[in-house]
Design a binder for this molecule. Structure first.
Ligand code: G6P
Length: 489
């Protein structure tokens, strides 16, 4: 069964990301409990009927034995997931080390680790070796499952080496790579010891995508400045081979949030929250507990606001949901302590016997509770120091059709480029400005709130994740693989 353009009805897509959308917990020697995590990427591809998406990624657990690996592979197959088994040492060096202690901070403009330079340099080399080894392991699994006509879509900073490994296996394979974080200015990227090798490996892809035009431009400049290649409006050219580079801003499945608000458990939960915080305005911060999210800056600004506005002290509450993440990386452990310390101090300072100004939770919420809390919020605070896009801002907007609450949004989040006109844009490093934005948001007229909300709601409901995935894959389909070009000439 073929369509007019000659492609099969349902194209097989191999979606490759470090983490599978399913997490596995071992229940016995060969039995597993699987929990599907419906993150942004999964939802994006669920909504796209044109493709049959198969996932390849790390299962997030250490499975050293063959029985375990075989049984987990079988269990995951039912969810169209194929696991890559990484041993503990590789996870430590690749995931905790190179990915989350080097690349993640650097791509968010936090410089490479300074302390103990010699030790850092030595561990850097072994971490980079583990990174390449892990990427090669992903490539081996993909190669084993690849069928002619498949499109391979690689995701994120964990897998920058993958396009090169895949093309070495099969130069005809269609390979796309998308970065979910910012790509920093070439001045930042050039501090990375493995700067050239990484860029060249990414350029092996047929299509390279970013959330914003700025990130795409930074990538092209890095290739021209560091590798001496030619940047064109289409992408980067190397000896006649063009790698297409473009911006594809991601969105959310807004309908799913809007529909959830009609469900009775969600309505009930909203009512509960309203009663619990009656007479007080609700402010919300919700993120993975990550240094890029500007959580201490946000809380300090809230403290400053309370300090300067004593009348507000018993009239506003900040709900801070901080989902623990990457807890084996020391920087994340330090941040957890720092946030707990600040929250404790502020609650001690402004709390009473019956109420505290900050409710801080170290855990995630299920989907219904999440929608309810978004809907019951008056002011959302997204204060990222840098953020690829930030979909919390989108989710908040999707859930605010009745309340028309205010979004305070960092100008350093990719979302500032799409929701900037409706949000109050802030520089999160400027605690004074952030504190006064809180005051402005809390007292904003209904008319202004409505106008701002309308702008953002229109954007969020028309620029969805489905559209994002479709656009990327159809553009990838339209690229001409170099090997094909050569045979045609
Ligand atoms: C960011 C990254 C994703 C990553 C997610 C959760 O959004 O761009 O690739 O999966 O954080 O982080 P984790 O380390 O738990 O996978």
């Amino acid at each position: 069964s073929e369509r007019l353009d000659g492609r099969p009805q349902k194209q097989r897509l191999l979606v490759v990301a470090n983490r599978l959308p399913v997490s596995a917990v071992r229940k016995g020697e060969d039995s597993w409990a699987l929990e599907v995590s419906v993150g942004g990427l999964v939802r994006a591809l669920l909504g796209v009927n044109e493709f049959e998406a198969n996932w390849i990624g790390w299962a997030g657990v250490n499975v050293p034995d063959e029985i375990g690996q075989r049984s987990l592979t079988e269990a995951l197959a039912e969810k169209r997931c194929i696991p890559v088994f990484l041993d503990q040492e590789t996870v430590h060096q690749y995931y905790n080390g190179y990915c989350n202690n080097i690349l993640w901070p650097l791509f968010h403009y936090l410089p490479l680790p300074q302390e103990d330079r010699l030790a850092t340099t030595r561990s850097f080399q072994s971490q980079f070796a583990a990174y390449k080894k892990a990427n090669q392991m992903f490539a081996d699994v993909i190669n084993e499952h690849y069928q002619e006509g498949d499109v391979v879509w690689c995701h994120d900073y964990h897998l920058m080496f993958l396009p090169k490994c895949l093309k070495e296996y099969n130069s005809k394979m269609k390979v796309g790579w998308f970065l979910h974080t910012p790509f920093p200015s070439s001045e930042i990227h050039r501090t990375l010891p493995s700067r050239s090798e990484l860029l060249r490996a990414v350029l092996a892809a047929d299509l390279v995508g970013f959330h914003t035009y700025d990130y795409a431009r930074h990538f092209v400049s890095a290739c021209t400045r560091i590798l001496g290649l030619e940047g064109t409006p289409e992408g980067v050219e190397d000896q006649g081979k063009l790698t297409r580079v473009a911006a594809f801003p991601i969105g959310i499945d807004s309908d799913r949030f809007i529909r959830a608000l009609e469900l009775s458990p969600v309505k009930y939960h909203i009512k509960e929250l309203q009663e619990r915080f009656a007479g007080r305005k609700v402010m919300l911060g919700i993120d993975r507990l990550d240094m890029i999210k500007g959580i201490p800056q946000r809380i300090l600004a809230f403290e400053k606001f309370l300090e300067e506005n004593p009348d507000w002290r018993d009239k506003v509450v900040l709900l801070q949901i901080a989902v623990p993440t990457r807890t084996d990386v020391p920087e994340y452990q330090k941040l957890t302590c720092q946030v707990h310390e600040i929250v404790g101090r502020i609650n001690g300072r402004f709390g009473t016997l019956t109420a505290v100004p900050i409710h801080h939770l170290d855990r995630s919420l299920d989907f219904h509770a999440l929608c309810a809390i978004y809907a019951a919020t008056d002011v959302a605070l997204v204060t990222s120091l840098r953020d690829g896009m930030n979909l919390v801002s989108y989710e908040f907007v999707a859930c605010q059709a009745s309340k028309k609450g205010v979004l305070i949004l960092s100008e350093f989040a990719g979302a500032a480029q799409s929701l900037g006109a409706g949000a109050i844009l802030v520089n999160p490093w400027n605690v004074t400005e952030l504190a006064s934005s809180i005051g402005y948001a809390l007292t904003m007229s209904a008319h202004e709130r409505e106008k701002r909300h309308h702008h953002n709601f229109m954007h969020v409901t028309t620029h969805t994740s489905q559209e994002w995935a479709e656009t990327f894959v159809s553009e990838l389909n339209d690229t001409v693989v170099e090997a094909q070009l050569r045979t045609r000439q």
